[in-house]
Design a protein around this ligand. Structure first.
Ligand code: PBG
Length: 330
């Protein structure tokens, strides 16, 4: 008798669907990116990221407590650096009293058990908007790694639980890991942006931090000499395995949605936790379409987040974290 199997039986109502559901989203899946600015009482909406803000330290404290009360347990910090503190040497990046260093302490004071991760790259501090030192139209590798290592130590010193190098210089994970060992930061973790692609989806983020590569003669207009070519798949595995060998505790793929094949490849290849970053452009696209009434915001958001976890991501960095958690807590 046909059909022997009626697959629709397991789909016939929400109770049975939820019973057999393979992928469940929980607040502890998320890393919440946070943008920090100087000042007091500042909560500025980012033009290309509706309902996402830059916070001054006093309001950051409030926001972090709210995240904690919603069940979110990890944040990823980014700072917007005033133009007069930008240079080509990352000097402000290692200032013990710099905005990032104060932001780390602010979060830890407000919520001691909140996991604090920090972005490690030179671009917010760079007068040229690059992740490393620029010389003769090129981004120097080893000199940049030295600064990124100093920067990581400075974040660890301020109390960061994890550093997250997003720069894509070669050899930076080993250098940071060795420095941590030498300086006694034995328990400070490294979440490496291992497979970070040169992507046009980072546009709104660069608006948020005013960190886009500048349009000047002899300054590369893009980051293609260090971030990966989005046409490549096997290279992502190579990059990731190297970062693990160099001492990364968690590896990350970025952007998210267009790169879920890479998430799956890497998840199958490695045995450390795998993170994915649903980046600013992905956030902006959905917000814009929802604003126009063309897409159902919450439904599409949940579909995308679930797809990331289904693809193999153990951790999801997302600007939607708060929206998702509010929705699932309902
Ligand atoms: C900086 C950095 C970027 C992002 C995270 N860290 C931008 C870039 O590499 O140009 C992008 C995040 C996003 O778009 O949400 N190294």
């Amino acid at each position: 008798m046909y059909p022997i199997k009626r697959n629709r039986r397991l789909r016939s109502n929400e109770a049975i669907r939820s019973l057999v559901r393979e992928t469940i989203i929980s607040p502890t899946d998320f890393l919440v990116p946070l943008f920090v600015v100087e000042g007091k009482g500042v909560k500025e909406e980012i033009a290309s990221m509706p309902n996402y803000y830059r916070y001054s330290l006093d309001l950051l404290e409030k926001e972090v407590k709210e995240l904690w009360n919603l069940g979110l347990r990890s944040v990823l910090l980014f700072v917007k650096v005033p133009d007069n503190l930008k240079d080509n040497a990352g000097k402000e990046a290692i200032n013990p009293k710099g905005l990032m260093q104060r932001a780390i302490k602010t979060v830890k004071n407000a919520c001691p058990d909140m996991l604090v991760m920090t972005d490690v790259a030179m671009d917010p501090y760079s007068m040229y908007g690059h992740d490393g030192i620029v010389e003769n139209g090129m981004i120097l590798n080893d000199e940049s790694v030295d600064i990124l290592t100093e920067m990581s130590l400075s974040h660890a010193n301020a109390g960061a639980d994890f550093v997250a190098p997003s720069d894509m210089m070669d050899g930076r994970i080993l250098s940071i890991r060795e420095a941590f060992e030498d300086e006694g930061f034995l328990n400070t973790g490294i979440m490496s942006y291992s497979a970070k692609y040169a992507s046009a989806f980072y546009g709104p983020f660069r608006d948020a931090l005013d960190s886009a590569p500048v349009d000047l003669k002899n300054i590369p207009k893009d980051k293609k000499t260090y971030q990966m070519d989005y046409a490549n798949r096997f290279e992502a595995i190579r990059e990731t395995e190297m970062d693990i060998d160099e001492g990364a505790d968690i590896v990350m793929i970025k952007p998210g949605l267009c790169y879920l094949d890479i998430v799956r490849d890497i998840k199958e290849e490695v045995d450390v936790p795998v993170a994915v970053y649903q980046v600013s452009g992905e956030y902006a696209m959905l917000k814009a379409a929802a604003e126009k009434g063309w897409l159902n915001h919450d439904a599409v958001m949940m579909e995308q987040i679930t797809a990331m976890k289904r693809a193999g991501a153990d951790i999801i960095a997302s600007y939607f974290a708060k929206d998702v958690v509010k929705l699932i807590n309902k």
